[in-house]
Design a protein around this ligand. Structure first.
Ligand code: PLP
Length: 376
């Protein structure tokens, strides 16, 4: 029954972890989940109140496929582009699928740095492409342009980049990112730059790759305004690329929720956006400093410069580690969910309260000590 294009897509490992955690909770065990992929903060009241008002004012219907003018203009201003280069989508995920369907040629190659967000692998499969991964473990979890150049060929249709990165929190520097974009352009490949975490950074400011003719920048408000359930994202690309994606968007997401578009536009235009993001980021920074400070004494990792994840080398099979850690009261995501060479890594999400993070760190130390006592 199932179409070939989805036959190889697996959800089993994530489901398995989910079921293990649920079972432990049903048994009344206290589990701190460090698997969460969204801010633990509520959507700011500044957004909610405006959305309620917008609903009452009738923002409950279709909008233009491209999004309401007010929001497109606000985004264009924020990123220094023309509003004709902005399309609002139903979340970052819809934008990623639109871009994948628009630019990944069947039978072509898709380049994905490892580790990376699992969805990119799924998009490549849906589009019938082969994946070519670049290992980044020895280069600070960012792709090295020289290694990138070696694996490029004319068969590559799309390259995914995601900085700040899920699952590592790594941020690429401008020079390397632009070099990669240039090499991709030389081979006629489109770069899908997933910049969804661009507002959540600590000391190293992420680069936006907008304003390059072969780049589609994907973004949204799921993370920056803690709005994952509202489904509001956007893409920035030059008009020819945008028109290709519009062909998919018009039959896929169609438009993002009207009231959400209106509320976000008003928050951006009111100047409150920066303040709301920065109060959340300063909280994430405290948590990052604590979690990185404690766990990097036990396990090798790269210091996260953005997002709210950390990727650790636990020096044993990640599934076994994650399953055993449940009995110590902590859930983490096994590294195999993020591409090749990650069998000994786990992702920690610190989008959780300091109280829970303290508990989790103590429990991980407990596991580490017992393992040391048994000679690993
Ligand atoms: N891109 C990355 C790297 C993500 O981590 C996520 C969500 O976890 C998304 C995109 C999807 O965002 P959205 O909820 O806006 O679809």
């Amino acid at each position: 029954m199932e179409a070939g294009r989805v036959r190889e897509i697996s959800t089993s490992m994530i489901r398995r972890m989910f079921e293990i955690v649920e079972k432990a909770k049903r048994e009344g065990r206290d589990i701190v989940s460090l698997t969460i992929g969204e801010p633990d903060f509520s959507t700011p009241k500044e957004v909610i109140e405006r959305a309620c008002r917008a609903m009452r004012e009738g923002f409950t219907h279709y909008t233009s496929n491209l999004g309401i003018e007010e929001l497109r203009s606000a985004i264009a201003e924020e990123y220094g582009v023309s509003k004709d280069e902005v399309m609002v989508t139903a979340g970052g995920s819809e934008a990623l699928l639109n871009a994948s369907l628009a630019f990944i040629e069947e039978g072509s190659k898709v380049v994905i740095p490892s580790p990376s967000f699992l969805s990119y692998f799924t998009y490549a499969k849906i589009c019938g492409a082969r994946v070519s991964e670049i290992r980044t473990h020895e280069t600070g979890f960012v792709p090295n342009p020289e290694i990138f150049a070696e694996i490029m060929d004319r068969n590559v249709s799309v390259v995914f980049l995601n900085y700040p990165n899920n699952p590592t929190g790594a941020v690429i520097d401008r020079r390397s990112a632009e070099e990669i974009v240039k090499i991709a352009a030389d081979y006629g490949a489109v770069v899908i730059s997933d910049e969804i975490y661009d507002k959540i950074y600590y000391d190293k400011k992420p680069v936006s790759l907008v304003n390059h003719e072969n780049v589609v920048a994907v973004n949204g408000f799921s993370k920056s305004l803690a709005m994952t359930g509202w489904r509001i994202g956007f893409v920035i690309a030059e008009e020819t690329l945008l028109n290709s994606m519009l062909k998919i968007h018009q039959v896929n997401g169609v438009c993002a929720p009207a009231f959400a578009q209106k509320a976000v536009a008003e928050v951006m235009l009111s100047g409150e956006f920066k303040r709301l993001v920065s109060s959340m980021v300063s909280e994430f920074r405290k948590r990052r400093d604590f979690v990185y400070g404690e766990l990097s004494k036990l396990y090798w990792t790269v210091k996260p410069e953005g997002a709210f994840y950390m990727f650790m080398d636990v020096r044993e099979n990640c599934i076994k580690f994650a399953e055993t850690l449940i009995s110590y009261g902590v859930a983490v995501t096994p590294g195999t969910a993020f591409g090749s060479w990650n069998e000994n890594f786990v992702r920690i999400s610190y989008a959780n309260s300091m109280e829970n993070l303290r508990k989790a760190v103590e429990r991980i130390k407990g596991y580490y000590d017992s393992k040391e006592a048994h000679g690993r």
